[in-house]
Design a protein around this ligand. Structure first.
Ligand code: C2O
Length: 541
């Protein structure tokens, strides 16, 4: 193992896409940003310097940050943002972690352009648990917006409604020929016939879950969220924002050009969704370069079955050590609701869609980010910016098996708050994540910082402890779980990494609306169970 140093200069860069030129925020002028390469157990040191007029932080999505919570990155959770002209050096060790990760900005909506792949190879001499691929490629799914992303967040929140769709979906930063002025703005891989390739798929999109497929080619999933899985072969996959999947693809088709396509998955009913896809090319060597390409066959945007089929196929490679007993059993609703009147009184609850604005909550608490970081406030015992009373179950719960989830927005009782849940070191936690349907039910990719967790069960409708089936043998070990639309997911983890850890929906607008909460995991007894002191260059608010 070794130490890898990276220098991230955050700066604006003029780019031309979709018939428009505009300044976007980038790292080192690159879009997508630079790939961070490392090996299992490496030490990573990244100096981030902010040369933009915006506040910035960087999060290393999926990295567990063992005893290094100060380097996790979510703004106002573990750090204040790096202000214009300032820098902060992130330092962490990839303890027993390898696979495909991503890094992204974690402040306002800047991760829309500030993102990149993070590839951690096994230690030298340790093979993959599958035949070594001929080559590896990174495929980052993104969204491209012509509007300034900081303004877009503000404008969307002020409107009270949902965000507009992105101006384009992208593959490795390129929208492809379905979009205006983009005939040449297409990403392509040149592939050799008769070989097996490893594709590292990453969804870095802001607000959309996405399907991915390659024309005429099967995808064999071998890794999900940076953990090996039992090989599972499918025609298409779905990734929520923040999720990664490694797939093997064999170039066993006649020489030619095949489309790789990315298109939206939107499970909410009554949502009008434009089914347009980003295209890239899988181009066999030896073919005529500019012939037409075979189209990839994406599911329709509301194909929940296609999503469940992939989920059903995810299993850990081997038997895993799932906590058999649990100390804390939390039931957490995740969902959208109508709340927070646009009128002046913040305490006033709004009734119905017409007077309210869209919001989101966990257990009826709509998460508000504090003014200084929770980790700093907790560490320095500064009172007043958060409380420790996140409820273990929803304050109000409407059973929509008997109710009508998509009809009446009657849960207008959610409250704003910065409420955290405190866990003793070593607590074995079970979380039942239950989608709720106050405004509409929707698949939510819930991401937990600081941990991966076993996804031991999921299903449709309301969770029922009597009928739920748990897999305690080989469940997948993930950091982001798509809670099925109108359904539930059960996860387990051991809280053995002290710090302040954000859990939130990785659909950015849902996070802005408050779909998140925070776990505070206390220190244990020994030095290896204690979070070190904050770094000297930790940004101040
Ligand atoms: Cu990838 Cu809190 O996010």
């Amino acid at each position: 193992t070794s130490t890898k140093f990276y220098d991230f200069k955050v700066l604006t860069k003029r780019v031309t896409k979709l018939c428009n030129s505009k300044d976007i925020v980038t790292v080192n002028g690159m879009f997508p940003g630079p790939v961070v390469y490392a090996q299992e157990d490496d030490r990573i040191i990244v100096k981030v310097t902010n040369k933009t007029p915006y506040n910035i932080t960087i999060h290393w999505h999926g990295v567990q940050q063992r005893l290094s919570c100060w380097s996790d990155g979510p703004s106002y959770i573990t750090q204040c943002p790096i202000q214009t002209g300032k820098s902060f050096t992130y330092k962490f060790t990839l303890v027993k972690q390898k696979g495909t990760f991503l890094w992204h900005a974690h402040v306002s909506w800047l991760r829309g352009t500030v993102y990149g792949a993070f590839v951690v190879h096994p230690k030298i001499g340790v093979p993959y648990p599958f035949k070594h691929p001929y080559k590896e490629h990174i495929v980052i799914i993104g969204e491209y917006w012509l509007q300034d992303l900081v303004q877009l967040e503000r404008a969307t929140l002020a409107s009270g409604g949902g965000p507009p769709p992105p101006d384009a979906y992208t593959i490795n930063g390129h929208p492809g020929s379905n979009y205006n002025c983009s005939t040449n703005d297409v990403f392509r891989f040149h592939v050799v016939p008769g070989k097996t390739y490893l594709l590292r798929l990453i969804n870095a999109g802001l607000n959309t879950e996405n399907f991915f497929a390659i024309a005429n080619h099967k995808l064999t999933i071998v890794e999900a969220d940076a953990e090996y899985t039992k090989p599972f072969t499918t025609d298409r996959v779905m990734l929520g924002p923040g999720q990664t999947l490694n797939v093997l693809v064999t170039t066993d088709q006649p020489i030619g050009r095949y489309s790789m396509a990315v298109g939206p998955y939107m499970s909410a009913k009554n949502v009008h969704f434009q089914n347009i896809s980003a295209i890239a090319y899988f181009q066999y060597l030896g073919g005529v370069p500019n012939t037409g390409s075979l189209p990839a066959n994406l599911p329709s945007f509301n194909d929940n079955l296609a999503v469940m089929t992939v989920m059903d196929g995810l299993r850990s490679l081997k038997e895993v050590n799932v906590p058999k007993e649990i100390d804390e059993n939390l039931f957490v609703t995740v969902g959208l609701n109508v709340q927070k009147c646009l009128s002046k009184s913040p305490k006033e609850n709004c009734k119905g869609n017409s007077n309210g604005v869209l919001a989101a909550s966990m257990n009826n608490i709509s998460f508000i980010k504090p003014k200084i970081s929770i980790l700093e406030a907790y560490y320095k015992k500064i009172n007043g910016s958060f409380s420790e009373d996140f409820p273990d179950a929803p304050i109000k719960f409407y059973d929509f098996v008997n109710g009508a989830p998509n009809n009446i927005p009657y849960d207008t009782q959610a409250e704003n708050g910065t409420r955290t849940k405190v866990l003793e070191y070593g607590t074995r936690v079970q979380l039942i994540l239950q989608d709720t349907g106050t405004v509409s039910t929707e698949n939510h990719p819930i991401h937990l910082h600081g941990y991966s967790f076993y996804v031991i069960g999921y299903g449709s409708g309301n969770y029922n402890s009597k009928t739920a089936n748990f897999n305690l043998v080989d469940p997948p070990y993930m950091n982001t779980i798509g809670v099925p639309v109108g359904g539930w997911a059960a996860i387990r983890f051991v809280a053995d990494n002290p710090g302040v850890w954000f859990m939130h929906c990785h659909i950015e607008i849902h996070q802005s609306w408050g779909l998140g909460t925070v776990f505070i995991v206390k220190n244990g007894k020994g030095k290896l169970e204690t979070l070190p002191d904050p770094p000297a260059d930790l940004p101040q608010c």
